[in-house]
Write a protein that binds this ligand. Structure first.
Ligand code: SF4
Length: 482
């Protein structure tokens, strides 16, 4: 069967698979990771697949429609995201005008299934790679869809919802082809950029799902579930060997929600990495309460560079409100240990969470100055449908709009759709911009930047910082002109 896997056009360099889906301020562009895993699985089952990443290639809707007609697939799989949903549905409508079958995938599909089925033929809810693979098999063999778990579909205007598909297991993850092979075959690694990773890089999963309960986080609540399922260390190390020997990349980023959940597994990975004499750098997402100093030191010895960590706020009341699971003091101590272990810190904060006031914003600003992360991300609070945070804000009337397609401004950057009687949407956005500018454009950031350059692969670090700074200054100028 011929399958067209589409990351559809929206803003250029729009990050449809990012946690906060927008056009990144620091030039960030994610791989279409989930579509790529599904591509690999379909190819391994003998299907002919074309993977198209329009935001990376700057393709217009007309470009992609022409390309679809040329490829003439049996099924078009269109990825959706919350902030681009209206746009994505319009693209599905245009593809349907050409009389192709369309399956919609992505986090909104589990939340807006019936709405999406007004446009698409099939909706693959939650994690979709195994669902799409089974859908293709059933379509190819002309069987009916009744047994395909996780799918909703429309027949003669009537909608059917099949039972949920259990989330993929660790064993299934081990059987998936390496996503890095898919990138090499279908994409150009030079199109993608993370401001904390050496360039060029690849993003892979070593596991999926997150057991934590942060109320704002859409991934476990709308897409991947709460159980962390993991690939075997052997399988993971095999992929690193492949990347190091076969691809022109300088770093691997582990895109798992929290790579550091199991200390035992992290230490096993570090040991295996050194035994195989690997050299490629890697970085990962981590949590304040999952890492001790000893593990961090082992990670550094195994060429780990950056930890990307959600601190979210420096106020304990807010941390409690969002069920973060640690205190600001614990977070500060963690940041100290990261530095002591010789790792770099990318610290994420969110402005506008429940309990935010002008005073808590100041507290967060001071906290950032104190911990001095090598990279800083501050996001505008974004309540995705299906999350506890969304329901909480909606019930209390703090949402300016509940339509996620209105969450971005005309440049594709986040705007605030949360407004409190004591803190307006405009103040939230301004606070984000002020904190970022105040941190990156101050003299005190110079030694933090220099520290990143004066170490292994210093020229690569300098190039990364320069590229990121250029994009941030462009963003900053655009915001000031508004
Ligand atoms: S730990 Fe990270 S991925 Fe897990 S729920 Fe919290 S924010 Fe989401």
């Amino acid at each position: 069967m011929k399958v067209y896997m589409l990351n559809p056009p929206y803003f250029p360099r729009f990050g449809r698979e990012m946690r906060w889906q927008d056009t990144g301020r620091g030039g960030t562009l994610y791989y279409p990771i989930w579509l790529s895993y599904a591509t690999g699985l379909l190819e391994s089952l003998g299907h002919r697949v074309r993977l198209v990443d329009c935001p990376a290639w700057n393709w217009s809707v007309d470009d992609v429609l022409k390309d679809i007609e040329k490829f003439d697939p049996d099924l078009v799989v269109v990825e959706t995201s919350f902030t681009s949903l209206k746009n994505d549905l319009e693209i599905i409508r245009r593809v349907k005008e050409l009389e192709f079958k369309v399956a919609a995938v992505g986090p909104p599909v589990s939340q807006f299934t019936e709405e999406i089925l007004k446009f698409a033929d099939f909706a693959a809810r939650y994690e979709f790679d195994f669902t799409i693979a089974e859908l293709c098999e059933v379509m190819e063999k002309g069987r009916n869809l009744e047994g395909v778990l996780g799918i909703s579909f429309r027949v003669d205007g009537k909608i059917f919802h099949n039972p949920e598909r259990p989330f993929s297991t660790s064993e299934q993850l081990d059987r998936l082809p390496f996503v890095s092979e898919v990138y090499r075959k279908h994409l150009n690694v030079r199109d993608y950029f993370l401001n904390y990773s050496l360039y060029p890089m690849v993003q892979i999963f070593t596991g999926r799902g997150c057991p934590n309960s942060c109320t704002f986080c859409s991934w476990p609540q709308t897409f991947t579930g709460k159980k962390y399922r993991v690939r075997s260390i052997e399988n993971l190390l095999d992929e690193l060997e492949f990347i190091e020997s076969e691809m022109e990349v300088k770093e691997v980023f582990f895109e798992d929600d929290t790579f550091t959940i199991s200390k035992k597994r992290v230490l096993e990975f570090c040991r295996g990495y050194r035994e195989r004499k690997l050299d490629i750098s890697w970085s990962c997402n981590a949590r304040v309460d999952t890492l001790d100093f000893e593990t961090m030191r082992e990670m550094r010895r195994a060429n780990c560079r950056f930890l990307v960590v959600g601190f979210e706020s420096a106020d304990d009341g807010i941390l409690r409100n969002i069920k973060k699971g640690f205190t600001a003091e614990e977070a500060k101590e963690f940041a100290r240990e990261v530095k002591k272990a010789g790792l770099f810190l990318h610290a994420d904060f969110i402005i506008g969470l429940p309990g935010e006031t002008r005073e808590t914003i100041e507290k967060t600003r001071r906290f950032i100055k104190e911990i001095k992360p090598e990279q800083l991300q501050v996001s505008v609070v974004t309540p995705f449908p299906g999350t506890e945070l969304y329901d909480w804000l909606k019930e209390r009337g703090y949402l300016v709009t509940d339509d996620p397609s209105e969450y971005l401004d005309e440049q594709g950057h986040q705007k605030s759709v949360v407004s409190y009687p004591w803190l307006s949407a405009e103040e939230i956005v301004k606070a984000v911009d002020d904190i970022l500018r105040g941190y990156y454009l101050s003299l005190s950031y110079i030694p933090v930047a220099l520290k990143q350059i004066f170490r292994r692969r210093g020229m690569d670090e300098a190039r990364r910082l320069f590229r990121s700074a250029r994009m941030f200054l462009k963003y900053s100028r655009e915001r000031r002109l508004k």
